[in-house]
Design a protein around this ligand. Structure first.
Ligand code: NAD
Length: 385
């Protein structure tokens, strides 16, 4: 079952770090402690999470805080051995922690989507993680499949609604397997659900030092219920006169993401379209090996993960790229208020990519643990600061 582990990052920080007040050096105060639930999950999840934690430990040591963690075994192996997917007691326990760090869920030995629904969707619903935050940043032009696009051209953030839409599970299949079979999936949008994520997106846009343009991505011309997004976007937008209100239908947005990504600053979109458009985002920033996300309820427990899945074919090969998991750890630190530590990771990742220390993010280009070591060492050296 779950085992507990604590990263005892010593209060005596590395030479590059300034003394942190919260560590109470000489003052006797207890160091800041963050309690993390770790869910490595399936496939490559375990390997990439290990590297994410390696880098997390390095910044914790430098900045003088503690990361107390508990590792949960849920995923395919556990399910096949016990028939237990995600027990309510574990969710309850996680609810008392500060954040959840997830690898990936999904395994071909289990019915498609079952564990993903039970575990990922279960956590999102239980903790009402209504924001899926996806920064899309290109660190080096060589990673971008688009012609002539440079890092300055690919720098946006997608705010995807994370609890409603077609994923709410309403609908089903009637007369399954017969010639008269009927399948229904319903898209659900509540005023409260739409308004809170749109407001969050305006706030994200306001804090970004960029164009201050918020693009609503929907399909309100064909899906009439999405008019609720159009109206709410305009109404909430009155509170943010400094932000340009922009709009694109999902089909056009996919086209523009590829043709002119430099247009976009912040995007807000329903769950289903967000799921799709963020994979385009991952590709133009370098691939699934680099893209991270936060499942967020502001001010409450939130979950951070690489956006890739469990890539079962790479399981146990030490060949997956852990940068996405390292980036997820960075986002988790931001959420936990460790902005300085998060910046250290951002600088180190940018540095090792910009300088060609890591030239490829493709699976197998490097060993998974080798990439973790390179980023950890760059963090320790204060690279890119
Ligand atoms: N949040 C999640 O846990 C999550 C997300 C997506 C898919 N899934 C699940 O994962 C399983 C596999 O799904 P899939 O094959 O569609 O998507 P996937 O993301 O696991 O893999 C797609 C391809 O992307 C590449 N890739 C992914 N991660 C990589 C990494 N870190 N480094 C290098 N290359 C990487 C590999 O070439 C892989 O074959 C399914 O069960 C699916 O439901 C889970």
């Amino acid at each position: 079952m779950a085992k507990a582990a604590t990263s005892k990052a010593p209060a005596k920080a590395a030479a590059t770090a300034k003394p942190s007040k919260a560590t109470g050096k000489g003052g006797g105060k207890a160091p800041r402690t963050h309690r993390i639930a770790v869910l490595p999950g399936d496939g490559i999840g375990e390997e990439v999470v290990r590297e994410g934690l390696k880098v997390l430990d390095a910044v914790a040591e430098i900045d003088g805080f503690l990361v107390e963690r508990k590792v949960y075994p849920y995923g395919a192996d556990h399910y096949l051995a016990t028939k237990e997917a995600m027990p309510a007691a574990a969710l309850e326990e996680m609810g008392r922690m500060d954040a959840i760090f997830l690898g990936a869920i999904g395994d071909p030995r289990v019915e498609t989507g079952f564990l993903e629904r039970q575990i990922i969707w279960g956590v999102r619903q239980t903790f009402d993680l209504f924001v899926n935050l996806r920064p899309i940043r290109l660190y080096h032009e060589a990673l971008c499949p688009l012609k002539d696009k440079k890092p300055a051209d690919v720098d946006m953030v997608v705010v995807r609604e994370n609890t409603e839409d077609a994923y709410a599970g309403l609908g089903g299949i009637h007369r399954k397997g017969t010639p008269h079979e009927v399948a229904i999936a319903e898209m659900i949008y509540t005023r409260q659900g739409v308004e809170r994520v749109i407001r969050y997106a305006y706030e994200v846009c306001k804090k970004r030092n960029k164009k201050r343009r918020l693009t609503l991505v929907d399909k309100a011309n064909a899906i009439r219920a999405q008019d609720i997004w159009t109206r709410t976007f305009a109404e909430v937008g009155k509170e943010y006169p400094e932000i340009e209100q922009d709009h694109a239908y999902i089909d056009a947005a996919c086209m523009w993401m590829v043709k002119s990504p430099e247009w976009f600053d912040t995007l807000v979109t329903p769950n289903l379209f967000g799921d799709i458009i963020t994979d385009i985002g991952a590709m133009i920033q370098g691939g699934l090996g680099i893209a991270a996300s936060g499942n967020i309820h502001p001010g409450k427990i939130s979950m951070f993960e690489p956006i890739h899945g469990s890539a079962p074919k790479y399981r146990g090969q030490n060949s997956a790229n852990p940068i996405a998991a390292i980036e997820a750890a960075r986002m988790m630190l931001e959420h936990l208020g460790e902005a300085k530590a998060a910046r250290r990771i951002e600088n180190a990742v940018r540095h090792v990519i910009e300088t060609g220390r890591i030239r490829s993010l493709k699976a197998g280009a490097y060993k998974c643990d080798e990439v973790g070591d390179i980023v950890r060492d760059a963090v320790k050296a204060g690279a890119g600061a």
